[in-house]
Design a protein around this ligand. Structure first.
Ligand code: GDD
Ligand code: GTP
Length: 423
């Protein structure tokens, strides 16, 4: 029997996802019609013999309670949210709750970062891990470009055995183009390694050794990458399972548009029933589109490719939407255009208005390129071109143009804007 842990962090995380993470916890932001981490949960339910999914973070329990109970009912699998009392790092939380993870005697558990998206080949990873006796951890790895690799954990592995010989977390100079995807399978004995790390830190703290202040000495915080994975490399106990298909981080709002497109593509094979189809006298659909059954879309609107429309949203006559996400209860009035944008919950866009952003997709001419998760502003203080994001309950008037702009929640706009953050 195995379990799975999904790491979701907490309210202080997901800053690059603002303003969208201001009213919904980032892990619940809908991508291709489902909360981000529901894709993780679905991937976990495809594993034979998976007994429990633990969602681990430091969001208040209330923020996740409804989602967790819906997931329990839908997938008929035990799903729990465990709240860390303080940010415990990528390994500290699972070590703190180790008795809960170990209960029922699982042979091991998956650890999946809540902010990555992929087709999650979990069963294949498990099979790979089980074929390597003595393995304590298997890391999902993928190729990145030389320049981008340094923003990730970098792995060096032995070609024939896939054993990790060297690991550096976000190196300052180039180490390897093979990067850590933030998905692991750990044998249950990994807790012994964590116990040793914990003990060492505690001893150093009580001996008053330099660098061991209260925050990293006794707080229980532990980094899986630096404190577990790095020391395990070269010991014959850590391995990498490499993938070549799509994988991406979900850090900025722009990456949600990119992830939306890929998850919709995955539906073509796995859940074709979730994709909208053009029918006579009904909406015109181009490519992959998700429309929630409670949304109202006028038959003369044209949607797609790569569009998701959430519950109770309204799309008026003559509207054109492409490469965008429209959230719950948003209203797009007649003949408006939405392109490379996210329209927040309850936001109203007037008639004949144009809301447009710039895609931030990985460079298609560079093999293995990942998305650049650029900061909001460039070095000269100007806003980097990005998708347009309308926070929740914004009002956009008729006949204006919003280009590459970010609008904070509850704003009433009165004119057109270009390359601006509207606070
Ligand atoms: N529960 C909990 N508690 N989760 C946490 C905490 C914590 O204290 N800190 C971070 N997380 C979660 C985040 O929500 C996220 O899902 C994941 O752990 C990774 O956290 P980051 O600290 O943002 O790291 P990163 O994304 O920059 O880098 C990590 O992921 C990359 C792949 O996406 C590293 O593992 C890299 O090596 C890796 O390449
Ligand atoms: P390409 O980028 O080459 O596809 O040019 P395009 O002429 O299709 O324009 P664009 O990509 O900007 O727009 C995509 C779709 O939206 C096209 O089908 C346009 O007809 C339509 N469109 C463009 N502007 C508006 C507008 O202001 N209102 C409405 N209702 N539709 C628009």
């Amino acid at each position: 029997m195995v379990k799975a842990i999904i790491l979701i962090g907490g309210p202080q995380k997901g800053t690059r996802f603002r303003p969208l993470s201001l009213d919904t916890p980032k892990p619940l932001f809908p991508v291709a019609g489902l909360p981000m981490i529901q894709h993780h949960i679905e991937a976990c339910t495809r594993i034979n013999n998976l007994k429990e999914i633990i969602i681990l973070g430091y969001y208040p329990t209330n923020d996740l309670a409804q989602f967790v109970s819906e997931m329990n009912q839908k997938y008929k699998i035990l799903i729990r949210y465990l709240q860390e009392f303080t940010p415990l790092g990528t390994a500290g939380g699972m070590y703190h709750f180790r008795d809960q993870v170990r209960s029922g005697n699982p042979s091991g558990f998956f650890v999946i970062h809540g902010d990555v998206c992929s087709d999650f080949p979990l069963s294949q990873m498990l099979e790979f891990h089980e074929k390597r006796p003595g393995a304590l951890i298997t890391v999902l790895g993928t190729e990145a470009t030389k320049q981008q690799s340094v923003y990730y954990g970098c792995l060096v592995c032995a070609k024939e055995t896939s054993e990790i010989t060297h690991y550096v977390e976000k190196p300052s100079t180039f180490v390897s183009t093979l990067i850590n995807c933030g998905v692991y399978f750990c044998s249950i004995d990994i807790f012994q390694i964590m116990a040793d790390v914990f003990k060492k830190k505690e001893e150093a703290f009580y001996n008053g050794e330099n660098g061991y202040g209260s925050e990293n000495g006794c707080s229980g915080s532990m980094q899986l990458e630096k404190e577990v994975l790095q020391p395990l490399s070269g010991t014959g106990k850590s391995f990498v399972y490499q993938i070549t298909d799509w994988w991406s981080q979900l850090k900025s709002a722009g990456s949600a548009i990119y992830a939306n497109r890929h998850y919709l593509q995955v539906y073509r094979n796995k859940h074709p029933e979730r994709l909208a189809k053009s029918k006579e006298n009904q909406v015109n659909i181009i490519g992959d589109v998700y429309i929630h059954p409670s949304a109202t879309v006028h038959p003369s609107a044209i949607l797609g490719p790569n569009v998701s429309i959430s519950a109770f949203a309204t799309v008026g006559p003559g509207v054109r939407i492409r490469e965008s996400i429209v959230l719950q209860e948003a209203v797009i009035a007649d003949h408006s255009l939405i392109l490379y944008s996210i329209v927040g919950r309850g936001t109203k866009v007037g008639e004949w208005t144009r809301v447009e952003g710039t895609p931030c997709d990985p460079n298609p001419n560079k093999p293995f390129a990942k998305m650049d998760n650029l900061p909001l502003f460039n070095s000269s203080g100007k806003l980097n071109p990005s998708i347009t994001v309308l926070g929740c309950s914004v009002t956009v008037p008729s006949e204006v143009i919003l280009l590459n702009s970010i609008v904070l929640p509850y704003k009433d706009l009165t004119r057109s804007f270009k390359n601006e953050i509207i606070l």
